[in-house]
Design a protein around this ligand. Structure first.
Ligand SMILES: NC(=O)c1ccc[n+]([C@@H]2O[C@H](COP(=O)([O-])OP(=O)(O)OC[C@H]3O[C@@H](n4cnc5c(N)ncnc54)[C@H](OP(=O)(O)O)[C@@H]3O)[C@@H](O)[C@H]2O)c1
Length: 336
């Protein structure tokens, strides 16, 4: 291994609007050597997630922001290649927040084991990982849907949205997904069992919602913000609940975008809006993971992964995530 070099993707410069390949640079370094209590891990899958765009921005954040030259933030599924700790042995699969890197030496207490009995290892950063947890807690702990409620979810074919809609169905909701292509819309209805889908690029979301749910939208799981969210607000029902999970339509905006300010609907409808971070629910992840794994096993939850081959392709894939080029949970396969 001494002959190998480790590779990492760094943020070369802060993007101004949409990121470009020039905002990323590969850094090579000597192979790390684990010290006492550490592991040498090799990335199998790198998870690409929308929150990474926020880390590239300066200004207030709930997390540490990147400076030019820093390794891009991220979580990986990795294999233990050397162990200097009794906690893990060579061959174990772990989750590690080492960023966009092929190899790392990490303290054994900083990683989490992946239960390979529950599903393929890639699901550790997907349906059984952070996005799955986000869907589960954002829906069941924040929105708290009741059977018969109309539930709308945006970015509905994505890592979080697809799970939200399916758990909504399990809980007896009438589920409407909003997505960015006919193919994605067909998938969420025909494969995932959503009641209806709206293609926001070709249809009028507000008018479609009014037709699909004349009594209004009881629960809105907002992944995107912007004009889609304005359209859902036009249609909120009495005592409706909105969970602000993400605002991906705004992540590349250099300046905050203005839009219709239709918040008085919340007064009229006695509505509630609540933002949340998945990490607020960290202590309950194991319960959620076991339940989602059970639903996958009995066929009630399906998942789709969009796997890009090759570490060198990570920036291009990430840029595409922010404009909807991915179809399913976006991963980079880094090694076998
Ligand atoms: N609060 C939390 O703790 C938490 C945790 C995880 C994720 N999130 C948020 O959840 C959301 C979904 O994340 P994910 O990992 O599941 O990603 P994803 O849905 O798998 O991928 C992102 C999707 O967003 C849609 N999109 C991109 N640009 C858009 C735009 N301008 N307008 C509308 N839709 C756009 C695209 O789908 P279409 O083709 O359908 O447009 C794209 O495929 C993100 O906002 C993310 O920040 C929040």
């Amino acid at each position: 291994m001494a002959d190998y070099l480790n590779r990492a993707w760094t943020m070369a410069s802060r993007p101004d609007g949409e990121p470009t390949p020039a905002n990323f640079a590969i850094a090579e370094s000597a192979m790390p050597e684990p010290k006492h209590g550490e592991l040498l891990i090799r990335t199998l899958y790198l998870s690409l997630d929308p929150y990474m765009r926020g880390r590239m921005r300066s200004g207030p954040s709930y997390a540490v922001v990147l400076e030019p030259g820093d390794v891009m933030t991220g979580e990986v599924v990795a294999r233990v290649e050397k162990s200097e700790s009794p906690l893990y042995k060579v061959g174990d699969t772990v989750l590690a927040k080492i960023g966009w890197q092929e190899w790392a030496a990490v303290g054994a207490h900083t990683v989490k084991p992946v239960d390979t009995e529950l599903g393929p290892v890639s699901t550790g950063v997907g349906v059984l990982g952070m996005p799955g947890m986000t869907a589960y807690f954002g829906l069941l702990s924040v929105l708290k849907p009741r059977a018969g409620d109309t539930l709308v979810v945006s970015a509905a074919s994505g890592a979080v949205g697809a799970v939200v809609g399916q758990i909504g169905k399990i809980n007896g909701c009438f589920v409407i997904g909003v997505a960015g292509s006919d193919e994605k819309c067909r998938y969420i209805v025909d494969e995932l069992g959503f009641n209806a889908a709206i293609n926001y690029k070709t249809q009028n979301v507000s008018e479609e919602l009014a037709q699909l749910s004349p009594t209004g939208v009881d629960c809105y799981f907002d992944n995107v913000g912007g004009s889609i969210t304005d359209a859902v607000f036009d249609n909120l029902a009495l005592k409706s609940r909105v969970a602000i999970c993400g605002q991906i339509s705004q992540y590349n905006a250099a300046e905050p975008q203005l839009g219709p300010r239709n918040l008085s609907v919340l007064t009229r409808m006695r509505g509630t809006v609540e933002g949340f971070l998945v990490y607020d629910f960290e202590l309950q992840y194991e319960i959620a993971r076991a339940r989602i794994a059970g639903w996958i096993k009995d066929g009630r939850i399906k998942y789709k992964e969009d796997i890009v081959d090759g570490f060198e392709n990570a920036p291009e894939a990430f840029i595409g995530l922010l404009t909807g080029k991915n179809f399913g949970k976006l991963l980079v396969k880094v090694s076998e």
